[in-house]
Write a protein that binds this ligand. Sequence first.
Ligand SMILES: Nc1ncnc2c1ncn2[C@@H]1O[C@H](COP(=O)(O)OP(=O)(O)O)[C@@H](O)[C@H]1O
Ligand SMILES: [Mg+2]
Length: 261
Amino acid sequence: MMTATRGRIDVRGVRLSFARPGIDPLPVLDGLDLSVAGGEIVTLIGPNGCGKSTLLRVIAGLIPADSGSVRLDDALIAGPDPRIGLVFQEPRLLPWRTVAANVGYPMELGGVPAPERAERVASALDRVGLRDAAHQLPGQLSGGMRQRAALARALVLEPDVLLLDEPFSALDAITRDRFNVELLKLWGRLRTTIVVVTHSIPEAIFLGDRVVVLSRRPGRVVADVTVPLAGPRTLEDLDAAAVTSAARAIRAHLDPEVEAA
Ligand SMILES: Nc1ncnc2c1ncn2[C@@H]1O[C@H](COP(=O)(O)OP(=O)(O)O)[C@@H](O)[C@H]1O
Ligand SMILES: [Mg+2]
């Protein structure tokens, strides 16, 4: 069971460099601070290569920071954690396994008995609208369906936090709009904390309670813009004057190259 405050993330002073053979390490995150309230959706935007994907991996406990800390509800994250679901930029499905078998994989690793697994897979596939594709192989699916399958695989452990790395960036604009609307509906039902990386200012505003803007590498937070939209959103909300001014505030802090991407 979720409560409104569960899923609070606190990133404090996270510093990280990647070692490079023969040259100095590459500094990627530079004392990064970020707090996300339980049940909040925060979008992350920043120039290519500034460390967004790295930050999600650090939050998910997949890469240790050189210094600083990540806490989930006050507990230090020190390794992969079932309370945090991560959807990578590419869906990363196992091509020889059906959609259902891919979605069930984390539970298989966790030793969940087969009958319970089947039930939870079915419910996760329902949530993302993939019930009819359960027995297909990833290669038989469209890019959008593959992303949904990856989302279902993240949802199946009922995480308190979902980290989405440019989840729909490979899709055409119309499909992407539709998926973003669906993502908000899903969030309305689950109320998990969500951190989404995006390249698009309108998408960042449409999805986010807040838009956090990162600097050029090494990434740190340069702006934290609260989105002035209340209640269930529609794509038409993006035309509101208040949204235009939020977009202007974000653009002012964003390195110009980001919009070209
Ligand atoms: N495992 C790794 N080893 C070495 N360098 C990496 C690794 N992962 C990412 N990088 C480098 O770190 C920087 C930040 O990468 P990334 O977090 O993927 O940026 P973003 O998602 O913001 O585009 C890039 O310069 C990238 O090449
Ligand atoms: Mg990335």
